[in-house]
Design a protein around this ligand. Structure first.
Ligand code: TRP
Length: 327
């Protein structure tokens, strides 16, 4: 039986960290068994803010290798680089003629990024959500696993699908969001979402020593000044991380012992470091294997490109036909 199609994308900016892993990647790995899953490293999107060409070249391969190291299996899903399939930008042009400027102007991400990049508010940044819609629609994907911050963009994708269908005939399914159940992973500051730019993250390829350097001073329950103060795991980000990586019995024990002030934060963090490293070890070793054999990653991306390009061309043929462009 053919599975239904799913699409998601990730930007090749920054080092992948635990927030990406628990928030998105583990979900992607799970979904590749249940869907015809297409995963894309979106380099066109990453160009909409200031960037360095050499860094981009390197990051695209790094992110791809890491995704494979995390468990994306080229035998089960397609993994490719956005700019390898230029039909994305071709469809984007068509969709851009249906996209109301006012809607784009009101996108939260556009407003935020405009503020951060005040000297480079470019057309690409403005049109970013239209390209994202093209990414999804060109494969007629029915589902898109994304976090909350992308819901507005997905809503626009549905709107553009609807508009196209009304104007030119039924073509695109309206893509549904698949929300991750994963709790939001806060950074080591315990305040903001884990992110590269806030430097409050643990990278997936950091060594056990680096992991500990970062965990040791990490923010916990602020009301807990001494080990003898009872703590509150409900508001402690270290506890959230425990829930992601530690065995259930340990999680229950930590919950109990923290509330009774029987375990201190350092001991709790040592336990966490150990269980975190159990999760990261296989990723790190698979990643360094791939680093030693970059041809393997290139082969995966080449296969992904071939497959996706075929589908993308079919959709574009249909779009050209329906919109009155030359065949
Ligand atoms: N905008 C998404 C993000 O920043 C990345 C992305 C690009 C994407 N195209 C997509 C996600 C299509 C889902 C579907 O996270």
């Amino acid at each position: 039986m053919r599975h239904k199609r799913l699409f998601s994308g990730i930007q090749p900016t920054g080092e992948l960290h635990l927030g990406n892993y628990f928030g998105a990647i583990t979900n992607w790995v799970r979904l590749q068994d249940q869907w015809d899953a297409i995963y894309c490293v979106v380099d066109y999107h990453a160009m909409t803010v200031e960037y360095d060409s050499d860094t981009m070249r390197r990051r695209v391969l790094e992110v791809s290798a890491l995704l494979i190291a995390c468990g994306l299996d080229p035998a089960k899903c397609s993994l490719f680089v956005q700019s390898d399939v230029p039909e994305h930008t071709e469809l984007m042009w068509v969709l851009s003629t249906l996209a109301p400027m006012g809607r784009l102007q009101n996108m939260t991400q556009f407003k935020e990024k405009s503020e951060k990049n005040a000297d480079n508010i470019n057309l690409g940044l403005f049109a970013y959500p239209v390209l994202q819609a093209a990414d999804i629609l060109i494969y007629k994907a029915e589902a898109v696993p994304v976090g909350e911050d992308q819901l507005q963009h997905l809503e626009l994708s549905r709107e553009l699908a609807r508009k196209f269908n009304t104007r030119f005939g039924e073509t695109f399914p309206e893509p549904k969001q698949l929300m991750t159940e994963a709790p939001r992973i806060l950074g080591l500051d315990g305040k903001s979402k884990m992110s590269k730019s806030l430097n409050n993250y643990i990278g997936l390829t950091e060594t056990p020593e680096q992991v500990w350097e970062k965990l040791r001073p990490a923010y916990t329950d602020p009301a807990r000044l001494r080990k003898s103060d009872p703590g509150n795991p409900d508001i402690c980000n270290i506890f959230t991380l425990h829930k992601m990586v530690s065995p259930k019995e340990l999680v229950l024990e930590i919950d109990r012992a923290c509330r009774k002030a029987e375990i201190g934060c350092i001991e709790c963090k040592k336990n966490l470091a150990q269980n975190l490293n159990n999760v990261l070890d296989p990723i790190r070793s698979r990643y360094s294997e791939l680093e030693a054999r970059p041809g393997e990653v290139l082969d995966v991306l080449a296969a992904g490109k071939e497959r996706c390009r075929r589908t993308a061309r079919e959709t574009m043929d249909e779009v050209r036909e329906k919109t009155g462009l030359r065949p």
